[in-house]
Design a binder for this molecule. Structure first.
Ligand code: F6R
Length: 241
């Protein structure tokens, strides 16, 4: 794992955006794996700036998001579909048909998970996957467990995740308790991975991910076995390393 420790959130966002931009410049039809949450927001802003300055072109890029809440429709302001549209897609020239996000309202969830996994494999896997990390060490919504869940699947969200994500909802009761998430194998098959984290609250998870035992109790620890992971974090998130 390559470690880059930066001063602050803005520096992390700039560095990550430069890496994504160079991926797109070198391979204009890149398959990007995207994350939601607070962490990548600054990176998306930087990418939008680069697009407006005509430094990057998303017209041949395809994207697959890591996850989506179960039960939330695309138009729900808390859905990850909505987040992606508002924070990135509506500002760039990615084609609608090239955007892939699990459908949290699919009638047959198992079929939706299988189909999502197949769509990723049909593209030959993800070229560059962006990851945030949960305070409990989750990546995507792969929560601490007794085994690593391989492929895209329906997840029961961990109490810590529900509590942490309640900041985006009016009340904790509104936070969905399930989500569809890419699995660990899906993520590990990505050719390159960037893991982003900021703030003291992520320090323990980052320590366990980079220096701890590889265990499904810290899902991100499996990244130690990937041969092209760049961890870009601020000083606070690096404080326990
Ligand atoms: C989001 C995702 C999650 C988040 C993680 C960190 O698509 O897959 O794993 O990356 O929960 O969230 P933030 O960035 O809000 O701290």
């Amino acid at each position: 794992m390559r470690l880059i420790v930066v001063d602050d959130y803005n520096k992390m966002s700039e560095k990550a955006a430069i890496m994504v931009a160079s991926q797109i410049i070198l391979k204009p039809n890149s398959i990007l794996g995207l994350a939601t949450g607070d962490t990548p927001l600054g990176m998306y802003k930087e990418l939008i700036k680069m697009y407006n300055n005509k430094e990057i072109d998303f017209s041949n890029v395809k994207s697959f998001n890591l996850d989506e809440y179960y039960g939330l429709s695309k138009n729900n302001a808390q859905s990850y579909n909505y987040y992606m549209k508002e924070n990135l897609f509506k500002h760039i020239n990615i084609k609608e048909e090239n955007i892939n996000i699990p459908d949290g309202t699919a009638k047959d969830i198992e079929a939706e998970c299988k189909n999502y996994e197949k769509r990723i494999q049909d593209q030959g896997g993800i070229d560059l996957q962006i990851l945030g990390i949960g305070v409990n060490g989750h990546i995507g919504f792969n929560e601490p467990d007794i085994t690593f869940e391989a492929e895209t699947h329906l997840v029961n969200l961990d109490e810590k995740t529900i509590e942490s994500n309640s900041r985006f909802f009016d009340s904790i009761e509104e936070v969905p308790t399930k989500a569809i998430s890419m699995g660990i194998k899906t993520i590990m098959h990505s050719k390159r991975i960037i893991l982003l984290a900021c703030g003291e609250s992520k320090a323990e998870a980052i320590f366990k991910t980079m220096k701890g035992k590889i265990t499904p109790k810290t899902p991100a620890s499996i990244l130690q076995l990937h041969n092209d992971v760049t961890v870009i974090i601020d000083k606070e998130a690096a404080s326990k390393l």
